[in-house]
Design a protein. Sequence first.
Length: 153
Amino acid sequence: MGIYEKLQALNIELPPVAQPVAAYVMYTSIGNTVFLSGHIAKKDGAAWVGQLGKNMTTEEGKAAARAAGIDLLATLQAAAGGDLRKVKRVVKVLSLVNSSPDYTEHHLVTNGVSELLVEVLGDRGVHARSAFGVAQLPMGACVEIELIAEVED
């Protein structure tokens, strides 16, 4: 099954690429390597606000990371010239989790995006990653994720 068939089977419709809300671009590239800016998790079109370990569960955080992953796929598609089939591989994912000081399940939250990338892209979605807990994120978002990928010319 191809990438677009997988998206359809998962009932995922990629949204339009988000517009930057400050002084940056959504992606940039050097050669065949593309760097996607951090994407905050959104729910119903607005920042998915919350703090893991305070007023959000790990499962809610995982769902938020998956939601951010869908937005990342839309931006990755744009960065790959409008075609996700040109993605050679996801290289690295960096996940920032808005969390209380005693929260320790950042890696489980980040599985939401990691599992999505593999579901959609197969082996090309397997990646290295880092997951960090932070005191706060823009607009109070619960999760922000950035991505580095290699694409075809």
